[in-house]
Design a protein. Structure first.
Length: 147
């Protein structure tokens, strides 16, 4: 193999690896959002009392749950990035539920932490490692067989 062929092959492998990683991260992000909504948040009726910490965050109207989302994975030439978000769009209480703190009129109500985002991500990190390993293995197989 000439040096030029080796360089072309290395570039092709790098592009395939990046593409596979981005696809794997996007799939993991969608799965993580689903996990957060099913395991870290729990639908409750308006008359039911909230779950005590550290139990799942009670969903009453679903406003916060509707804002949980994963942005598309991206690669900036050096780092792979993925952002999971909750809140915004007029839903400003996601952070207080995640970390706890004082809220309400005059900041007099102590809201206990009921983490849903961080714990949901941590629950799924082993799956991300597996997904990225599979993506790298697939890139190696594709390169080996000239796909």
């Amino acid at each position: 193999m000439t040096p030029a062929e080796a360089a072309r092959r290395a570039r092709r492998y790098r592009l395939r690896l990046i593409s596979n990683f981005l696809r794997a991260m996007d799939g993991w992000g969608g799965g993580t959002v689903a996990h957060i909504l099913s395991a870290r948040m729990q639908r409750k009726g308006a008359a039911e009392p909230p779950n005590p910490p550290p139990g799942p965050l009670a969903i009453r109207r679903g406003q916060l749950a509707r804002t949980v989302r994963a942005d598309r994975a991206r690669y900036d030439g050096r780092l792979f990035r993925m952002t999971l978000r909750a809140g915004g769009d007029g839903v400003d209480y996601g952070r207080i539920h995640e970390f706890g703190g004082l809220a309400g009129a005059g900041h007099r109500s102590l809201i206990p932490a009921r983490p849903y985002m961080g714990t949901g991500v941590n629950d799924r990190l082993p799956e991300l490692n597996k997904d990225l390993s599979r993506a790298a293995d697939q890139a190696r197989r594709d390169e080996k067989f000239g796909v």
